[in-house]
Ligand binder design. Structure first.
Ligand SMILES: NC(=O)c1ccc[n+]([C@@H]2O[C@H](COP(=O)([O-])OP(=O)(O)OC[C@H]3O[C@@H](n4cnc5c(N)ncnc54)[C@H](O)[C@@H]3O)[C@@H](O)[C@H]2O)c1
Length: 265
């Protein structure tokens, strides 16, 4: 039987870890040929090896999404090795969390170069090829920080708000030309980025427990749960979805106050 993404060419940025890694694996399981566009060489090669061991076809291409030339070269290599891209997942991202007035300028630049420039560079590099075919699908990874603010997480939420705005602007410009561009906003998801976040707290285990309790679903999301939503948004199952932002967060952003109950279920 033909698989859901049989022979589709898919690029996943930041696919060396966490959500990107699981998304690359899920696409490969569904028959896609996948480019692992990743800065960390060791991580990217590990994911390529694991996927190719299953008989699927993936290719690690060392990429820094913060540099347009690097992204453009990755797209050209994808075309020559796997074919013209059908789907792009702009997933690479970094947490840059500061108190605004204590933040060095370099941190502002670091956050925007990866979390927002990186998403734009991905779109800019693949769009001409998708337009040639009058077909393509792009999913940008924002965050619940893309529309809600946690104090002293500056300037990450500004970049993630920008990812939602970029998605909406590009979606309108290219919808009539066969390109579908949407955005996903994950909540707390079990990945190394989350471990690094909790490790900044005085008591990481306690901070994690409290955070889990704050989720209406009482747990973090899994990378598979986020990846599955990304696959759906990339597919032809939702071709009327244009410039949408889908929140996959266990219900956390539905709450007004974080500490609004006593712990009793
Ligand atoms: N984990 C969460 O709770 C969570 C929640 C909301 C949004 N997100 C977003 O999801 C995305 C993936 O996060 P994750 O939790 O899987 O993180 P992660 O740290 O596990 O993985 C991110 C990957 O991106 C790569 N990367 C970083 N900078 C890069 C660059 N300049 N070029 C290419 N690759 C680069 C890293 O090497 C890493 O492999 C990010 O955009 C993040 O902001 C994560």
């Amino acid at each position: 039987m033909k698989k859901r993404f049989q022979d589709k060419v898919v690029i996943v940025t930041g696919a060396g870890s966490g959500i990107g890694e699981r998304t690359a694996e899920r696409f490969a399981e569904e028959g896609a040929k996948v480019t692992i566009a990743e800065l960390d060489e060791k991580a990217g090669k590990r994911v390529q090896e694991n996927i190719n061991k299953t008989g699927a076809n993936s290719l690690f291409i060392k990429t820094d999404v913060a540099i347009y030339e690097s992204v453009n070269q990755m797209v050209e290599k994808t075309i020559s090795s796997l074919g013209s891209p059908d789907i792009l997942i702009n997933n690479a991202g970094i947490n840059v969390f500061s108190e605004p007035l204590k933040m060095p300028d370099s941190e502002w630049k670091r956050a925007f170069s990866v979390d927002l420039d990186g998403v734009w560079y991905g779109c800019k590099a693949v769009l001409p090829h998708m337009l040639d075919k009058s077909k393509g699908s792009i999913v940008n990874v924002s965050s619940v920080h893309g529309f809600q603010i946690i104090p002293n997480c500056f300037p990450y939420p500004i970049a993630k708000h920008g990812v939602i705005g970029l998605t909406r602007a590009l979606a309108v410009d290219y919808a009539a030309k066969g390109i579908k561009i949407n955005c996903i906003s994950p909540g707390y998801t079990e990945t190394p980025i989350l471990d690094r976040f909790f490790n900044t707290k005085p008591n990481p285990a306690e901070a994690r427990k409290e955070a889990e309790y704050r989720q209406p679903i009482r747990r973090m999301g899994t990378t598979t749960e986020i990846a599955n939503a990304i696959l759906f948004m990339s597919s032809d199952e939702c071709n009327f979805m244009i410039g949408a932002n889908i929140i996959v967060d266990g219900g956390i952003t539905l709450k007004i106050h974080e500490n609004d109950d006593t712990g009793a279920d």
